[in-house]
Design a protein around this ligand. Sequence first.
Ligand code: CAA
Length: 418
Amino acid sequence: MQHRVGVEALALAVPHRFLDLEDLARARGIDPAKFTQGLGAKQMAVPDPGEDAPALAATAAKRALAASGIDVSRIGMVIVGTETGVDHSKAVASYVQGMLKLPRTVRTFDTQHACYGATAALHTAAQWIASGASHGKAALVVGADLARYGLKTVGEPTQGGGAVAMVVSDSPDLLELDFGVSGVDSLDVHDFWRPVGRREALVDGHYSIRCYLDALTASYTDWKQQALSRELVRKGDTLVSEQLARIAYHVPFCKMARKAHAQLRRVDLQERRGGKAWDEQAEAEEAPKLAASFETQVAPTLPISARVGNAYTASLYLGIASMLNLQAPSLVGKRVGLFSYGSGCTSEFFSAVVADKAVARIAAANIEDILAARERIDVEEYERLMGLASDAPLPTAPAPGTFRLEKIQEGRRIYAAG
Ligand code: CAA
């Protein structure tokens, strides 16, 4: 089962305001080091009601189409992974089709399973293409979300938002998937959830971290068996996880990637120890190797997440964007590991190879310019924005090349293009 399929181009969109987490910590009477070192975060995106999931999705999608240069008549499917949709019936993908004036000959739908939605969309698109049913057409896959826990909650410093859009095709100029090699794990748990009608998520924070790490252990073990049998990696002196040039994890807050990486290495190391219990000596021997491996394999995936916070379905894909934006020239031809986690929970560990046009493709996404154009706000303004009703968008004109929710009439959402 060898198919050439993956990401042809990628682009992102983020809310145009951000809050510095040291400012938030001081306002809450918390040591800023808890947020910056304890959670590994610097800033978080603060959306206003005009920057909802469809607006961010359409802005990112417009940029991804421009970055790929694809003729829109070649798009045959639009899938939006989101857990912050705006209608029980109408798909965010349908709003994206409308805003981008895509042809009627597209299939549009959303995928939902917490932060895993965009990964479900990516694999659905890849399988459609690999099956031949796409007849050479490409898919537009978007992850778009706003992470909202509420003022003065335990999750407050782990809010954020953003969207990543990808053109998925049989010309994977950016990232070619190891098609058919995927480890999965699912379990019915309540670690994080948002009952219908609630704007803020409910979360059992420390339990959610345990669920994430258990899911990572199981899905990585599943991927590893398949990757070994396909000879993508091999057993030997180098740990299997070390054979991946970079590993991008789902990042609800940056420190989670550090916890995840420690767990991933422990899976490899425990296998090597042949079942011998993990003890203090093993931990002491591992600590410097873990620190070095984290700096090389994981740290380059985190800079965007450190600046926008959690973007739920988009988060893993912000990690891919970070890594390529920083290091694409040295990653061409190398294999990377990718871990997607959706609370509730389902997860997938998969891999891909950075393709030879990645340098030009990621440059076309203009990531630094997009982040640099944001405005820093203070805690008072953040609290004001958080208090605004979601159905009363501010009368702000959209910046050139972006979309904003303009008004809602009898539930119909009207968007303005800048
Ligand atoms: N200086 C430096 N570090 C400090 C510190 C200080 N003054 N004070 C505390 N810390 C450290 C703590 O030691 C801790 O580090 P470790 O985790 O390495 O032990 C870290 O800061 C966090 O401290 P607490 O555990 O005390 O923090 P908390 O109780 O306030 O909760 C949280 C943290 C559970 C992540 C909470 O913010 C939360 O619930 N967030 C939302 C849920 C979430 O993101 N879960 C992640 C897994 S689920 C998922 O991935 C899906 C998704 O997107 C939601």
